[in-house]
Design a protein around this ligand. Structure first.
Ligand code: N2P
Length: 350
């Protein structure tokens, strides 16, 4: 070997060793931040602060108001997130596109606290990619001081001409179209062109009656007295009920969407170790119960549920009694596009 080659090889070895050291260091160095992209009004401040204090990892909490908004931002790649919070049908879509990182369960042992009925669901049958956050339903809230209790049983009773300008709904095309599908007796996931054409006249009547579209905080318009009834997330209804018993939650007789929102780690997450630490942290019963305190959805964490008060467990919006007709959304692929267009067009016309 010539001395020049030997020298070159020496330099190469030094570079490789140095790169290895750098890589090794960055592998071991704890991630100092976590980019969390989650629904608004869903992750309590004390949960974030508790995690930051314990781990020294700074949480950047960016919010979204729909699965579709979250997907669009994620796919745009403008920001790389460590933890996202998709609903069941969006987990399915993300999995199909290989956009989720398999969870290293040895780092998330607290998953054992999740009730068996919230594990291995159709959106993540092998329980590889998600940790359930909260479940819930989308149902009707009625201010019974304005509308007699018992008068409103289903979507048809909400969308009446006499309630024009007194209705709030979540601003979510898939949810809105589902109410019309259910009313026509069509299963929520049967989103064909023909079925959309069938529900269009109904939506044409309904949407002009709506006063407020709000997915972030639909309770506000009800609390203010701006509206008398609405179709909202169950956790919002639970907060209203806690505020004043006059707000009653009704699961529509035609059927309702039952959602399961999860935490997941995008495949290109910059800080996967921090993400895994966050997943494990929020699964602690004493942390999960803080989520129920601020956002009283249906808590899938069995150990946390044991720590809830009888009053929390008796809230009919958080833990609906009886045997309501519920459906879970599946990924409908490209058929989400005409749903979005239909609702956007009708809103613009009304
Ligand atoms: C929380 C919104 C609930 C999410 N603000 C419904 N999937």
């Amino acid at each position: 070997m010539s001395s020049a080659v030997a020298a070159a090889r020496g330099v190469l070895v030094a570079i490789v060793v140095a790169l290895g050291l750098v890589a090794g260091c960055s592998r071991q160095a704890p991630s100092r931040q976590l980019n969390l992209f989650a629904w608004s009004e869903y992750v309590p401040r004390p949960v974030i602060e508790g995690f930051e204090k314990e781990t020294g990892i700074k949480v950047n909490y960016e919010t979204f108001a729909s699965n579709e908004e979250m997907l669009a931002k994620l796919v745009s790649g403008a920001t790389r997130y460590d933890v996202i919070q998709p609903s069941e049908y969006t987990v399915e879509a993300l999995r199909k596109e290989k956009r989720l990182m398999a969870i290293d369960w040895s780092k998330v042992p607290n998953v054992k606290n999740i009730a068996p009925e919230y594990q291995h669901l159709p959106h993540d049958p092998q329980q590889q990619y998600t940790v359930p956050w909260m479940a819930g339903t989308v149902g009707i809230v009625v201010n019974t001081e304005r509308i007699p209790a018992g008068e409103v049983k289903g979507y048809r009773d909400v969308f009446q001409a006499k309630h024009k300008g007194r209705i709030v709904v979540v601003d979510d095309p898939r949810e809105i179209v589902t109410w019309a599908l259910e009313t026509k007796g069509i299963p929520a996931n049967d989103v064909t062109e023909a079925n959309l054409a069938q529900v269009k006249p109904l939506l044409q009547q309904w949407l002009p009656l709506v006063k407020v579209y709000d997915s972030d905080s639909p309770k506000t318009a009800l609390l203010n007295g701006d509206v008398d009834l609405g179709v909202v997330w169950s956790g919002e209804a639970a907060l209203l009920f806690n505020e004043d018993g006059k707000f009653q939650y009704v699961l529509p007789s035609e059927g309702a969407h039952q959602f399961v929102d999860s935490l997941a780690i995008p495949a290109d997450a910059p800080n996967p170790e921090a993400a895994l630490a966050f997943l494990n942290y929020v699964l602690r019963p004493e942390v999960s119960k803080l989520i129920s305190a601020d956002f009283p959805y249906t808590n899938p964490n069995l150990e946390a549920r044991k720590q809830l008060t009888p009053a929390q467990l008796a809230n009919p919006a958080s833990y609906p009694p009886g045997n309501p007709k519920l459906e879970t959304f599946r990924d409908i692929g490209d058929r989400a596009v005409p749903i979005d267009k239909l609702v956007t067009d009708l809103k613009a016309q009304s």
